[in-house]
Design a protein around this ligand. Sequence first.
Ligand SMILES: [Zn+2]
Ligand SMILES: [Zn+2]
Length: 342
Amino acid sequence: MLEVFAHWWWLAVDRVSAHAVEPALAFLHLGTLIGEPEDIAEALLIALLQIAIIACVFRPLETLAPAEGWKERKLTTVDRRFTLLLIGLNPLLAFFVLSPFASLFNSAIGLLGVPFDGLLHFVPHIHEHPYLAFGLYYVLNDLAYYWMHRAQHAIPWWWALHSMHHSQRQVNCWSNARVSYLDIVLESCLLATVGLLMGVNAGQFAWLVLSAELVQNLSHTNTRLGFGRVFERLLVDPRFHRLHHMLPDPARPKLHDCNYGQVLSVWDNLFGTALYDEPTHPTGLGDPVANADNGRGLVAMQWYTLRRFWGAFTSREGWMLQEVAFDANYRPIPVPKSIDSN
Ligand SMILES: [Zn+2]
Ligand SMILES: [Zn+2]
């Protein structure tokens, strides 16, 4: 089964590379400046595969078993546009950010003067079990993601970027791509570091990112479907992640500090941030400055997110671990914790 898929996949990569990418690169006089045509074709096809799965599987779930009605359906349009943009942005990210970053990392390792081809190679016999090695890497990558996501909420300048993702009041199957591009660069470099330390190659990294992204696309889907009492303790399902996006409740000010996992919910259960057995809450932010993202288009959202980031990055409050909102000048202001009933 896997061999059949691999055969058709590489055939498609070859065709797209020869009939679309190579002519386009020649027309633009780019040569191999932004990468090998086959790598660009693969990144394009991965993005198309992701979009096809969202449109054909996750979107119908929102109609068949919605978690909440579409009160402001037009707010979902910008998230769909963000997702479609990934087709062009994924190859650019791979070749302008990740490739130079990997070269820099390898040069830095080279300076140490000791041969290093990844921590996984220290595990006895692991090279004989490539699927086990990939699984081990997947788990560690997911753990790194969990702590990175906690940092995105705890460090105000990082929250300034991540708040754009949370400003959506109508969380939907396209919402995973609603992210600040500066945040994507930071996240990618951090997770790529984990991959490089483990000794994972670029091809494995691309498939890992796709599978993790698909789980995230599903977990943003507006559906009441869950994985059941047992599996929801292991894996993130749509109900679990929807609680992470809940509109803060002033009467229970810590309740929304929950469910940070990407693929495995194990980390939330292990580190005390898991929340289950809550009814569906409205999603979005209490902060009117970040909430204003909902009236903006794709470019304006990026711009105003950068203004919040700069306001936080250049102020003392922006570096203190705390929950913040933003004032009219995009400077962070601590959220008072006056009522603490949970
Ligand atoms: Zn978050
Ligand atoms: Zn989310």
